[in-house]
Write a protein that binds this ligand. Structure first.
Ligand code: UGA
Length: 471
């Protein structure tokens, strides 16, 4: 972690270097710990006190490479502490990062009630200047709503700094006169689960949507140690950058999956197509891996929220609906391969390798495996599943059931006596697996690779009946 600042961050151009991170989830906790690593004094809080206590006791509440170690390090360095009382965390800090959840409602719209609730608590606890930084993924114009909400619920004599900068004599009003100042900024997060800390320390860019010089100055000071490009915009534009980025990544994935389907139909190899087009710097190779499509908490939800926002403003986003439609068909496409090779699924023993929505996380939100398990159980298959990290979470959704669903301690246990193996998440452990051993354990050596992890020629040489996606 090259940016580590073990001396602490003194001499900054804003008066208090205390930061608070409100929400300790997959974005909040890595953000809080990476800011501590950069030398800041960070207080973490969450409306879920059991989570605050768990983090306070030094135990990371979810799996993310390096997170546990960084948590231990900064509890010890005392640069990171938790506070159960959200109000106290707000009062004792001058920069507040909003990292609360923005789940999705049934119609695709983002549920911003947690953002609104936290804005109201901030309003009631303004003491001196505060910069309120929205980091949760939110639709455009949310920062404006946060500002309006704070103004509405804050005591009289509360002003946005921008208002003062526009006045002739901005220094006429000072916090000491009983005046409270605040700014709202949008600083969207681009970290990926599974490489969250690496992404925090080496971001491709930092986007800061600000309205005042003071907010711009604080955020650029804060991120200067990262030595990366800082894109400064207005509030709406920063929010749109985040949404457009996720929608574009989703588009790349659906595009390559669509091309993969054609490769299968006419005879071609989608991984070679991805390589061939990806070498063009205008296209780029990233996010062109064909397979089971995009899952997780962010891409599916953000694509839906972006479509919803466009519809609200009567902008035609039917293009993105296609991206979503292609993605929704991926699980069925893989299951179709299984049916075509096994014919009947009832009573067949199926091994599933990988449950999390991607490797290096135990996150199961919108993971293709969840839908897949539901469908296979419905069709009467017997499942033997394995995942290096996510099995405890999956157990909460599907309990172990004799003769129907077994959680296995290794991929080999899962493959024992099975009629087919489904590779669902491309964990490194599976890439390095002893494939001849796996084949010997299986009753029928069928392997359906949903992530194009293996080389088709090698698999056939090993004696597998091997199917993959778009090859
Ligand atoms: C995504 C974005 O990549 C981050 O930049 C963003 O900050 C984050 O959402 C967010 O909004 O918070 P994440 O959800 O962690 O990050 O996961 P990704 O690495 O983007 O993968 C999403 C899904 O796409 C996974 O299911 C993955 O298996 C799939 N995928 C990814 C493919 O099917 N093909 C690819 O080529 C790449």
């Amino acid at each position: 972690m090259k940016q580590s600042n073990d001396e602490g961050t003194a001499g900054l151009s804003f008066e208090s270097n205390r930061l608070a991170v409100l929400g300790l989830g997959h974005v909040g906790l890595p953000t809080a710990l990476s800011l501590a690593e950069l030398g800041w004094q960070v207080t973490g809080t969450d409306s879920d006190t059991s989570k605050v206590r768990q983090v306070g006791s030094g135990c990371a509440p979810f799996y993310e490479p390096g997170l546990q170690e960084l948590l231990s390090k900064h509890r010890e360095s005392r640069r990171f502490r938790v506070e159960e009382n959200v109000e106290e965390a707000i009062r004792s800090s001058s920069v507040l990062f909003i990292c609360v959840g923005t789940p999705q409602q049934e119609d695709g719209e983002a549920d911003l009630s947690q953002v609104e609730a936290v804005a109201r608590v901030i309003a009631q606890n303004l003491n001196g200047y505060k910069l309120i930084v929205e980091k949760s993924t939110v639709p455009a114009i949310t920062a404006r709503w946060i500002k309006r909400t704070i103004q509405r619920y804050a005591p009289a004599n509360t002003y946005v700094t921008k208002t003062l900068e526009q006045e002739e004599s901005p220094m006429a009003l000072q916090p000491s006169d009983g005046v409270h100042l605040f700014d709202v900024a949008s600083n969207p997060e681009f970290l990926q689960e599974g490489s969250a800390l690496q992404d925090c320390f080496s971001p491709s860019r930092v986007v800061c949507g600000v309205e005042s010089e003071r907010a711009r100055q604080i955020l650029t000071d804060l991120y200067r140690p990262l030595n990366c490009q800082i894109v400064v915009t207005d509030l709406n534009t920063a929010e749109l950058i985040k949404h457009a980025a996720n929608a574009f990544l989703a588009t790349k994935i659906s595009f390559i999956n669509m091309v993969g389907d054609l490769c299968e139909a006419v005879g071609g190899d989608v991984t070679q197509v991805a390589k061939g087009i990806g070498l063009d710097p205008r296209i780029g190779r990233h996010f062109l891996n064909a397979g089971l499509g995009f899952g997780g908490y962010c891409l599916p939800k953000d694509v839906r929220a972006f479509i919803h926002l466009a519809e609200q403003h009567r902008v035609d986003f039917s293009f993105l609906k296609e991206v979503e439609r292609i993605n929704n068909g991926r699980v069925d496409r893989m299951l179709q391969k299984l049916r075509s090779s096994l014919w009947v699924l009832r009573g067949k023993r199926i091994a599933m390798l990988g449950l999390s929505f991607k490797p290096n996380t135990d996150d199961m939100r919108e993971a293709p495996s969840v839908r897949m398990i539901g469908k296979l159980l419905q069709e009467g298959a017997v499942l033997q599943v394995h995942d290096p990290q996510a099995m405890p979470h999956m157990r909460q959704m599907y309990a172990e059931e004799e003769g129907r669903l077994t959680y296995c301690s290794s991929p080999y246990e899962a493959a024992r006596d099975c009629d087919a193996v489904l590779l669902v998440t491309e964990w490194e452990e599976y890439r390095e697996m002893d494939l001849p051993r796996l084949k010997d354990l299986a009753r029928v050596p069928i392997l359906i690779d949903g992530r194009n992890l293996y080389d088709p020629n090698r698999m056939r040489q090993l004696g597998f009946e091997y199917y993959s996606m778009g090859r």
